[in-house]
Design a protein around this ligand. Structure first.
Ligand code: SF4
Ligand code: SF4
Length: 372
């Protein structure tokens, strides 16, 4: 472990990337623990430290005096999140708006968030699946960080970005960086930006999606999805949860746990009706929420280009191809809906190959019945 971190452990809870379960996970460090800084990105995003997969909201118990409700204990000590990648820090900024930026504030998330210091480490070698520069950050984006570390080989160059970050450094023992070290850090950042080969255009997606609600595109893109929801569980910006009471009638706890719009039961109503009955509607929801609804609510897309959903999808669903596929689709879809000069219209359902809209006049389908 870096001597810097050993020293911080005296005062803080420190979370850092460690090798675990065949990958890298953010874990609370103990003294003498070993960290891993040679990784493209952790499998589970560090959002789980602020918004755990399962979290107790309160405990309850009924006795002669009535019901008693006990809130969860707050943090014992302040936290340092060491080694977060810029894309994940960008994701935290988006979650801040969801959990605390509007009328309703989520105390469970916000308590942990306010009492944490974010130490970002730049990505010297972005992975082939990273496209963070397409979504508003980059491998050396400092946005949201309290401290920023650049690995220059023999040491780290540290940027102190906030007062909170400055307090952490006072606890450590950092030396002043030389001008050569600073120049080397800048060179590494510039080379990393150039090596990021994956780029997708998200500009204008919101408007394209506005016109694609019933497009056959959704049937096509959802075809191979198994609905496992790995992509949403591992996404640093996905934040849907469900709640349940555990225990008995007189004593128990209320918990919340991650949920996913890709599960059929997510929108199942008590009547049995499900407004998103197939994978087509559920995949449309996932993409619409990220690139349309979230943009309308918070001004930017709910995707930070981390690439996890691409790496871990069991059927190689690639969100970059979906983004590229959207372009032009709404034009084809609009065209297929125009009324033809015989007073009919063009069929916009997927053709037999599933590759494009059928495009035949509706009158030519008369009497063929519903292909769905
Ligand atoms: S990880 Fe892949 S298969 Fe699983 S729900 Fe997401 S897109 Fe579908
Ligand atoms: S949608 Fe995929 S690439 Fe975008 S932030 Fe989520 S996991 Fe990362």
């Amino acid at each position: 472990m870096l001597p810097f971190l050993e020293r911080l452990l005296l005062r803080w809870e420190v979370y850092a990337p460690v090798r675990a379960g065949g990958g890298v996970e953010f874990t609370r460090l103990g003294r003498g623990g070993s960290i891993c800084l040679d990784f493209p990105n952790s499998r589970i995003p560090p959002k789980s430290i602020f918004f755990p997969q399962k979290e107790t909201m309160f405990r309850f118990e009924k006795d002669e005096q009535g019901f008693r409700v006990e809130p969860p204990r707050g943090l014992d000590r302040e936290r340092i999140l060491f080694g977060m990648r810029p894309c994940d820090v960008h994701a935290m900024a988006l979650l801040d708006r969801v959990f605390g930026g509007g009328e309703f504030h989520d105390p469970y998330y916000l308590d942990k968030r306010k009492r944490s210091v974010i130490v970002t480490i730049g990505c010297n070698q972005p992975a082939a699946t990273c496209f963070c520069s397409s979504t508003g950050s980059g491998p050396f984006s400092r946005t949201g960080a309290d401290l920023f570390f650049t690995d220059i080989g023999e040491s780290y160059v540290v940027d102190i970005l906030t007062k909170k970050g400055g307090e952490v450094v006072e606890e450590g023992f950092l030396a002043d960086a030389s001008s050569e070290e600073v120049e080397k850090a800048e060179r590494i950042a510039s080379e990393a930006a150039k090596s990021l080969v994956s780029f997708v255009e998200v500009e204008g997606l919101e408007q394209s999606l506005d016109r694609m609600g019933e497009s056959p595109f959704w049937a096509r893109v959802s075809e191979k999805c198994t609905g496992c929801a790995i992509c949403t569980f591992l996404c640093p910006t996905c934040h849907c949860f469900d709640m349940a009471d555990e225990g008995g009638e007189f004593k128990g706890k209320r918990v919340r746990h991650w949920d996913s719009c890709l599960f059929p039961l997510f929108t199942q109503q008590a009547s049995g009706h499900n407004p998103r009955p197939t994978g087509r509607e559920r995949m449309r929801q996932r993409i619409m929420h990220k690139f349309n609804y979230f943009v309308k609510s918070f001004g930017e897309a709910a995707c930070v280009g981390c690439g996890r959903c691409i790496i871990y999808c069991p059927v190689n669903f690639d969100i970059r191809k979906v983004i590229e596929g959207i372009k032009g689709q709404e034009v084809e879809w609009e065209r297929s809906r125009k009324v033809d000069n015989r007073g009919g219209g063009f069929c916009a359902r997927a053709d037999e190959t599933g590759e494009r809209a059928c495009g035949q006049s509706l009158s030519s389908h008369a009497g063929q019945g519903d292909r769905d």
